[in-house]
Design a protein. Structure first.
Length: 288
């Protein structure tokens, strides 16, 4: 059974006066793999904490399958797998021992089977009996992902899950998340375009506590058509409004890629990638 989360006019201001979220309205429903994109400080982690009831919004409402979050909190936690960005592990335990502990907290009916399944899913069998303090950063991250998978939850929320993983591990987990999203809601928060461009069927882009875009990757790319181009650095007049997104040294000099509302004459238009479209969207928000 999949889950639907309705976010209605949600704002969040911390006690120090910082407004992290500004009047967000968004519907999330499975089965789907939804990528939540945005630069550091965009408000992604705050939104995640609201969705798992770790924080309460200053204003607005969050509904789980139509019920107010405060009334559905227990049911949500029974169906939720969550990996926060600052997830802590107990160094004195083994990887399997820590997962046993988390399975007990979740009150799972068959904890041994659940732990075995999650260890296999994250390719951690060889390190299951190793002390957590002996694990590498990537292996510790895999333990964190494994605890989120315990009990086969119908909703998975991951906050920067591939930080510290090598490229091969990141590819494995992107494929794993995609497979899981076939029959559940998976929300993946990241600032790494590679983590979403090949697996997410929906994207939400945030910056400065606001939603800039919600839709498919193809729709985001289409918005950037005509706004991405390349040129040689020696040809540039450095006109205002041109945002440089990449520089590459070549035998001919430095080849630049840029985004802009209107491309200057010396810039040759190029088909945008998802990263180009994302950077164009962020640059427009910065200019406003």
């Amino acid at each position: 059974m999949t889950m639907e989360i309705q976010i209605q006019n949600v704002s969040m201001t911390y006690p120090n006066g910082k407004q992290a979220l500004k009047d967000l309205t968004l519907n999330l429903h499975g089965p789907s793999l939804i990528g939540l994109l945005g630069p550091n400080g965009a408000g992604k982690s705050t939104l995640m904490k609201l969705l798992v009831s770790a924080l309460k919004p200053t204003s607005g409402a969050i509904r789980i399958d139509g019920a107010p979050l405060e009334k559905a909190e227990q049911r949500l936690k029974e169906q939720l797998g969550y990996l926060p960005q600052d997830f802590g592990l107990f160094d004195e335990l083994t990887a399997a021992g820590f997962l046993d502990y988390m399975a007990a907290l979740k009150n799972l009916k068959n904890p041994k089977d659940a732990v075995k399944e999650s260890i296999c899913a994250v390719n951690l069998k060889e390190k299951a009996k190793a002390g957590i303090r002996t694990l590498s950063g990537g292996q510790r991250q895999r333990v964190g992902i494994a605890q989120a998978l315990l009990g086969n939850p119908s909703c998975l929320i991951f906050d920067e899950p591939t930080v510290g993983l090598d490229p091969q591990e990141r590819i494995h987990f992107r494929n794993l998340f995609s497979q899981m999203a076939q029959d559940r809601l998976v929300l993946l928060s990241t600032h790494i375009i590679e983590d979403v461009q090949s697996v997410c069927d929906q994207l939400v882009v945030m910056n400065h506590g606001k939603i800039l875009f919600a839709g498919t990757p193809e729709q985001l790319i289409k918005m950037a058509v005509g706004h991405v181009g390349v040129f040689w650095e020696q040809e540039a007049a450095w006109e205002q409004g041109l945002h440089i997104t990449a520089r590459v040294n070549t035998s001919r000099g430095i080849r630049c890629k840029a985004v802009a509302d209107t491309l200057p004459a010396f810039v040759r238009e190029e088909e945008p990638s998802l990263e180009d479209a994302y950077l164009y969207l962020i640059s427009r928000e910065v200019d406003q």
